[in-house]
Design a protein around this ligand. Sequence first.
Ligand code: MG
Length: 238
Amino acid sequence: MNTTTPPTAANFFNQDPLALDPDVVPQIEALSLVRGRPLIVTDCDEVLMQFLVGLETYIETQGLWLDLKSYALTGNIKRRDTNEPLAPADMPALMQNFFAASTGSLLPVAGAADALKSLSVRAQIVVLTNIPVIEKDARTRNLADTNMPYPVVANKGLKGGAVKMLADMVDAPTFFLDDIPHNIASVAKAHDACHRLHFIADKRLAKLMGQAPDSHFHTSEWHEAHAYISERLDASGF
Ligand SMILES: [Mg+2]
């Protein structure tokens, strides 16, 4: 889960899966990508970093707690004293404050750094994360501090457009990892040849959601994702 606004069905389904935000294009153009070399495009929250645990730690300081009854934040964040859900109108400010307070200090997902280090011998790696641009440096530092020194693109909205642009630049096997099915669906529409992994690090979240329909593989474990990607690279001759 990674949202600057709550992930309601409406604000996903109203988006064009191929849309590319104007702020994202120059970030992708600035990457040093090698044509012909495989590419792994990975989400950060709930894939590389423990987003939910970090959010729970933060909202505790605000007198709130997460009652994880469904795969959504809005409606499930409640006041400790009254147990009333936080109003949807208060969610954007809460998330903005959380990102500002915690982006630089999230805890890594177990096995992520070792798996990416191993895969980086055979593929180039880009972190495509829906985060306010202002938090991009903190996220990049947080990743580097936890042995994941890979370039970060601060995306907005669905990820299909960005993945298509990245894939066109490398013209080689491309992999995409994300916890949000809408992002995986948009990548399927934008670049169907992309190998799509539905990765949800938090086991509580993984239990609340089955495999995303447009994904090829579903896991909470980096050693399994590593094996899946390695096998596909082997099969492609890389
Ligand atoms: Mg995520």
